[in-house]
Design a protein around this ligand. Sequence first.
Ligand code: SAM
Length: 456
Amino acid sequence: MSATLPVQKNDYIDVVFEDLTHDGAGVAKVDGYPLFIPNGLPGEKAKVKVIKVNKGYGIGRLVELYEKSPYRVDIPSTDANKYGGCQLEHISYEGQLKFKENQVRQVLTRIGKLEDIKVHSILGMKNPWHYRNKAQVPVGEKDGRLIAGFFKPRSHEIVDTNESLIQLPEINEAVQAVKEICNELRIPAYDEETHKGVVRHIMARYGKHTGELMVVIITRTVDIPNKSKLVEEIVARLPKVKSIVHNINSKRTNVILGEKTSVLWGNEVIYDYIGDVKFAISALSFYQVNPVQTKVLYDKALEYAGLNGEESVIDAYCGIGTISLFLAQKAKKVFGVEVVPEAIEDAKRNAELNGITNAEFAAGEAEVVIPKWYKEGNSADVLVVDPPRKGCDEALLKTIIEMKPKKVVYVSCNPATLARDLRILEDGGYKTLEVQPVDMFPHTTHVECVSQLVLE
Ligand SMILES: C[S@@+](CC[C@H](N)C(=O)[O-])C[C@H]1O[C@@H](n2cnc3c(N)ncnc32)[C@H](O)[C@@H]1O
């Protein structure tokens, strides 16, 4: 096969990078044949080694840079830099924002065939470091010691580090402390090959605006050896801890959290504020990871909803009711739907906590609950969706098109599924007026968008 291609495996060639892939690799073309090379930036000239050739594209490795992009920044070669999941760290923040904005525009045109919609300049952060309020760190064993950190790319080999440049310092400290305590108390790590051992993951979550810390220990076993000493030491070394939770995941799986959760010490939840609204967050509930940009994102969603106090609003994929409670302050009534029952319990508690009485919440799949509401004769003036990366279920999109809310606000963490779903809604009678990208995840390739659609 490779005989007909313009490059062969192990060739060394000189290239000029033209573009970036959605996951941040440089794209160079040889006689029209694309080569994807991690770490290459548009405009740069380089020598690369071809390491793999497929029919439609090849993969290469950067060997030498002849000419650097003005957006390239030098980063020290630490484990956190190499393995910490920050695929865009070698690009200046200005360059990252440009890349993300461009990516949104390209994807909306290519997948959504949305040629003429208004995509605003991306809203970035003033200080794009140490923003993440949550970490879920895999645990393993090396030389008889429990280690925890990042997986090496495309492997399950763990790099033992707690140094992350995008996590809040409180999160890094919490992970490090739990790791040390487990080693001191000889609590064994889980071994995924033999399916033996105890600790699988350490999770930490931090309320930036309340200073409350939650530690979750995820184990294969029902019991944790030295459990009471473990709890005692966590409380002693992490003064901000308000909740220590045990989650049991006894399955052979890559899924992090298991089904059984119990509180080992303190509260079942921690609290945090977004703006003036207070939220209770339990271990299994989704909560946005960038506390600064969440406010920016929700403010935009609220602006796009354009409420005057008379509307009935549905908030699909509502999590712990975060967007719902902002909407409820401006609408007549809000109905939130979410598949995780614990998150719905949090949402109800959050409405009460903030004295909000015009929000109701239902646990279930949005694509089941909302069609059922519609069949029972209910509808909404405004519908907000904030689905996971896979986007909205087709059954939900079909119901939206039939229900005909005047406005749809689509919050998305994946431009590709956003583009796909906007196309379906456009074909069903909606017009996308504007799209606002928001940088919720600096230094990674992820980008969030809020879109406003109106019924034509
Ligand atoms: C991106 S999060 C958004 C949550 C919330 N709007 C927020 O900003 O915190 C997506 C949420 O959808 C929930 N979810 C996933 N699949 C669902 C489904 N089929 N129906 C309802 N909720 C679902 C997840 O549990 C998660 O809470």
